[in-house]
Structures are given as C-alpha cells and as structure tokens.
Design a binder for this molecule. Structure first.
Ligand code: 3PG
Length: 403
C-alpha cells in the first residue's frame, strides 16, 4: 500500500509529478483527458493551501512531440479554474526563484523534465536519487506526490528519484488507476470475466492473453491481433496486401508460434470473428463471412456486424469486462461497429469494467457515450498493458517502499 493525499498534512510545499504527455499537432498540444484527471489532484492541493509545483514530460528528444510545457500550463489552468504559472526551466536558477516566490494555493509548472539530461536514462532509483536534478530540487520541498501512474513503468529521475529522498504520496489519479488496473489480478469475480482485445500491436495482446489465460473466461478478439489469430486458425486474413504498409507480416513472423500456442492451449476461451468488414469499391462498408473468404484481395477494417452482436451478448452476460485495444478502425465511423458495440454493451450492463489504451477510450467521446457509464476509463497506455501482464511498475514500487 502507499500513502495518499489523505495522509498528507495541509499547507506544505509539494512537488507533484503528473503525466501530461499529449498528442501534438502542428506544434499545438491537444487537450485530452489526462489534463482533466490530473486537474482534480491539483485542485485539491491548491484548495488545501499547498504551494504546489508540478513536473511532467512531453514527447521524447528528437521527436516532433518533444516540446515545451508552456501550452500545458494554459490547458491545465482551464481545467482547474485557477492560474497555473509556468517557468521555462527544470531545476536551474529560474526554477528555484519561481519556487521561492510561491504562496499558499499557488500552482507552478516546471519545464519538460525530459529537457533535463539526467531524467531519461533508465537507471535504478538509487542512482536517480543521486542526480543533480533530484539533489537540487528535493530540499525545496516537504513532500513528493506521484500522480503519473501512466508513466510509472519508466525508471526516470522525476518518477523514482524523489520518492527516495522525500516523504512520498500517491496522487488521486495514481490511486484510482492503480486500483482499477490491477483489479483483474487482485479481485475475485464470481461470474464471467471477459476481455475484449484488439488494437494494432500483436505483442501487447499476446502478452496479456498469455498472462491472463487462467483468469479470463472469454477473450473476444479483433483488430490486427484478431486477424493474426484468424490467420493462425487457417483463414486467409491477416496478410499485407501492400507490402509497404507492414501491418501484419512482420508481426506474424515474430509472433506466430506464440499465437498458435495460445490458440491451441486456450481454444475454448478464445472467440474469433466470424465475419469481417472492409471498404468496397465505393468506399462503403461491406461485409463477408470469414468462412467465405478464399482469396487475399481486401484489407479488413473492422469485425463484422454478426461478430459485433455476438461479442455484445457475451458482455451482457459478464460480471467483469476489460477492454484492451479497439476492434477496428473506429476513427472512421463505418468501421466503428465492433468497438462501439463492445463499449455500448458495457455501458448498458451493470458489470465491473475497465477500458484502457488511450486510443480505445477516445471512442467513448467520439461516439457520444458517457465515461460515467464505465467503471474506469484508464489514461494509461504502456503502463496499463504492463498491469494486465502482471508486471510491477517501478514508479509504484518505490511509492510502496516502507521506508
Ligand atoms: C505515455 O504517454 O504513455 C507515458 O507518458 C509514457 O511516455 P513514454 O512512452 O514516452 O515514456
């Protein structure tokens, strides 16, 4: 267990790690549910009179998404309803001066942690605790709060260094994400446990299925991974028609033995699509039964309507439903049937549910569903996958350390 904001005495100066890593389009940072969620933690700290200093990262060095956090401060201000000051410095003189100027209830965001050389190399927490970055900032604070569950699989200075040298607490997002995302391993469910798995990365799906084979009663497959399982089952789907678009073949080459093994070992638990959707010559949705596909002539974009209905029926009979990855290219409405049917069935049903993967959860907003109808919609990507495969997260581990 970790200490939470309930254990933190009011009115101190706290250093808080958020995960505001966001899509960036033409240099513009895109608002997303990470801001909304973290705003809750920050608002609580401001209301309780803390001097609150925020750290977060954006992108990776060398990529277009590696930008300053200046825009993040504005977007976050909008969600909190109070000013978030920004200083374009991580732990230098400007940062220290801005920290010094704070009063109770003030909120300050420091520059992108990944602009600090000591942040990134994955090293042990003990090594990170010795960096200049940590040694310079830590003495300015009474406590450290980690709210960045979705980055907690990274052994970076801002995530694992500070908890070793400051009293450390979990923020509200950390608390709720941790609880929901580890529920599949920690909770007992009396009824059926179902997991809808899809998305584009086959290895994620395979790792999750391999780990949860004993826990999950029914895996409903879609997406690229679903097609690779169909291919392992002998259907002529899951091939690249355009070799320049390497979506299937190299993933197949790397993973087919594991896929075949999982299919063989867990056959009775795995439900594969029986029909598939594609774009006809006019670009409209067309469908075919998997049994009728005898040539590799089209690219599939979604599971078919019968499959989607069947999956929704399974979900309605479930006690717990977990979603990892979309079942089709839901960004295009005509190929959203699989993903939306699964999500709508969860929303209508009184089951325990966790929906994860940044992309999949976007479908909830896009198709007018309400987050309130789901048990938990995770804002984590890689960390969610790790939680589902039973891996511990180093950032969580250091928070749980007794001393
Ligand atoms: C995320 O966006 O999933 C986290 O912030 C981690 O980002 P990273 O994969 O660049 O470390």
């Amino acid at each position: 267990a970790f200490q939470t904001l309930d254990d933190l005495a009011d009115g101190q100066r706290v250093l808080v790690r958020l995960d505001l890593n966001s899509p960036v389009e033409d240099g513009a940072v895109q608002d997303n549910r990470r801001f909304e969620r973290h705003a809750k933690t920050v608002r609580e700290l401001a209301d309780r009179g803390f001097e609150t200093v925020l750290m977060a990262h954006q992108g990776r060095p060398g990529r277009d998404t590696f930008v300053s956090l200046e825009q993040h401060a504005d977007i976050l201000s909008g969600h909190i309803g109070t000013d978030v000051d920004f200083v374009a410095d991580t732990f230098g003189e400007d940062a220290l001066a801005a920290i010094d100027d704070l009063g109770g209830g003030d909120v300050l965001l420091l520059e992108n942690t990944r602009m600090c050389d000591e942040e990134l190399p994955e090293e042990d927490p003990e090594v990170k605790a010795e960096t200049e970055f940590v040694r310079t900032l830590a003495p300015e604070f009474d406590a450290y709060v980690n709210d960045a569950y979705s980055a907690a699989h990274r052994s970076h200075a801002s995530l694992v260094g500070f908890p070793l040298v400051l009293p450390a607490y979990a923020g509200r997002v950390m608390e709720t994400e941790y609880e929901a995302n580890t529920a599949i391993a920690q909770k007992e469910f009396d009824g059926q446990v179902t997991m809808a798995v899809g998305g584009t990365k086959a290895t994620d799906v395979i790792d999750v299925m391999d780990h949860l084979g004993d826990t999950v009663d029914d895996f409903l497959l879609g997406g690229i991974a679903g097609e690779l399982f169909l291919r392992a089952d002998g259907a002529p789907v899951g091939f690249d028609l355009d070799p320049d678009l390497d979506l299937y073949d190299s993933q197949w080459a790397d993973n087919h033995e594991l896929i075949e093994r999982i299919l063989e070992e867990n056959r009775e638990k795995i439900t594969l699509a029986t029909d598939m959707a594609y774009a006809d010559e006019d670009g409209d949705r067309a469908e075919t039964n998997v049994a009728d596909i005898d040539e590799k002539t089209v690219s599939f974009m979604d599971v078919g309507s019968d499959t989607a209905e069947g999956y929704a029926d399974v979900i309605r009979d479930s006690e717990a439903v977990f979603v990892k990855g979309a079942l089709g290219v839901f960004e295009e409405e005509r190929f959203s049937v699989g993903t939306v049917s699964v999500l709508e069935a969860i929303a209508e049903t009184d089951c325990f549910s966790v929906v994860g993967g940044g992309d999949t959860s976007r479908a909830i907003e896009m198709y007018g569903m309400s987050e309130d109808d789901f048990g938990h919609v995770s804002i984590a990507g890689g960390a969610y996958i790790r939680a589902l495969t039973g891996a511990s997260l180093i950032g969580v581990e250091v928070l749980q350390r007794e001393d």
